[in-house]
Ligand binder design. Structure first.
Ligand code: IPM
Ligand code: MG
Length: 345
């Protein structure tokens, strides 16, 4: 197993170190090679580029990539190509990581960490499948011009080809077959041509999966349904922008975004694994490593060990600040990683 480790900036370094620690503890003497490389602000510092060519090469050669977090506050002011926060987007595009799996599940131990009522979220287990290499994020043309009135005007393009929609739709139906056989496609077909095409293609692909129930929901209604009765969903498939927003909303159903891992897959088993966003809680990074074992290395045994260890640690009352509840034991990033590694054995 060749794993590229791209910790990136800030808290990314801390949570990634804990994920590597847990992977090493879980895999023991198995042949695994970790190669670390700088990305984001660290890439700029080391090589004058948020995604240095050498880092990209290491990521390309690896079977799987563990990513921390790239970007520093205020980096929107830097031009896109040199922006630390954009290195992740460049990496997604360069590696063809079009399918982003963002599970939102609630550990029973954390039911009271959610701001929603217990009966709304207890037992929650949904999979948000976000298309990751198209849409407004990458659509051309994009840019800033000076318009006829002499003021600046900026534009981006929402764009999807049939082929791009079809391949993510297939991943959604295949994923649903391994779960509860329901796909909800989220779009804005009432307003946008791009999303009309989206709905048309998903509907067509759905005919190949008669055993999977397909529904279509507009994104605004989907946001309401997620808050009101999230357990009605199994797999939600949606475009890049809507998926970005809905996956953060879904994360909060589970109490903290610091709990949620994410896998971004190319065709085949190559994937990039990252906590959705970093708070000092390393569990999302550790659970991202768990997804790596499952998706890229087909190692369900060790993945299950890690997820059991996380549950054990939660059941024992360990909590980082983001999921802290009175009566529990507050721990830091490193202590949480140590606790999970120790719980493996
Ligand atoms: C995410 C993040 C990224 C995105 C940012 C950091 C570019 O919000 O992974 O959801 O918008 O895709
Ligand atoms: Mg996001």
């Amino acid at each position: 197993m060749k794993i590229a480790v791209l910790p990136g900036d800030g808290i990314g370094k801390e949570v990634t170190a804990e994920a590597v620690k847990v992977l090493r503890a879980a895999l023991g003497s198995e042949a695994v090679e970790f190669t670390e490389a700088p990305v984001g602000g660290a890439g700029v510092e080391a090589a004058g580029d948020p995604l240095p060519p050498h880092t990209l090469e290491i990521a390309q050669r690896a079977d799987a990539i563990l990513f921390g977090s790239a970007g520093v506050p205020g980096d929107e002011a830097v031009p896109y190509a040199m922006r630390p926060g954009a290195s992740l987007l460049r990496l997604r595009k360069a590696l063809g990581l079009f399918a982003n799996f963002r599970p939102a599940f609630l550990f029973p131990e954390l039911v009271d960490a959610s701001t929603l009522k217990r009966e709304v979220v207890e037992g929650l287990d949904i999979m948000i499948l976000r298309e990751l290499t198209g849409d407004l994020y990458f659509g051309e043309p994009r840019g800033v011009i000076t318009n006829a009135a002499g003021e600046r005007e900026a534009f981006n393009t929402m764009r999807y080809s049939e082929g791009e929609v079809e391949r993510i739709a297939r991943v959604a139906f295949e994923t649903a077959r391994r779960r509860r056989r329901k796909v909800c496609s989220v779009d804005k077909a009432n307003v946008l041509e791009t999303m009309q095409l989206w709905r048309e293609v998903v509907t067509r692909v759905g005919k190949d999966y008669p055993d999977v129930e397909l529904t279509h929901v507009f994104v605004d209604a989907a946001a309401m349904m997620l808050m009101r009765s999230p357990k009605q969903f199994d797999v939600i498939v949606t475009g890049n922008v809507f998926g970005d927003i809905l996956s953060d909303a879904a994360a909060m159903l589970t109490g903290s975004i610091g709990m949620l891992p994410s896998a971004s897959m190319a065709a085949g088993s190559k994937g990039l694994y990252e906590p959705v966003q970093n708070v000092a809680n390393p569990l999302a990074a550790i659970l991202s490593a768990e997804m790596m074992l499952r998706y890229s290395f087909d190692d369900a045994r060790n993945a299950d060990r890690i997820s059991r260890a996380v549950r054990k640690v939660l059941a024992a009352g360990y909590r980082t600040a983001d999921i802290f509840q009175p009566g529990m034991e507050r721990v830091g990033t490193k202590e949480m990683g140590d606790a999970v590694a120790a719980a493996l054995s």
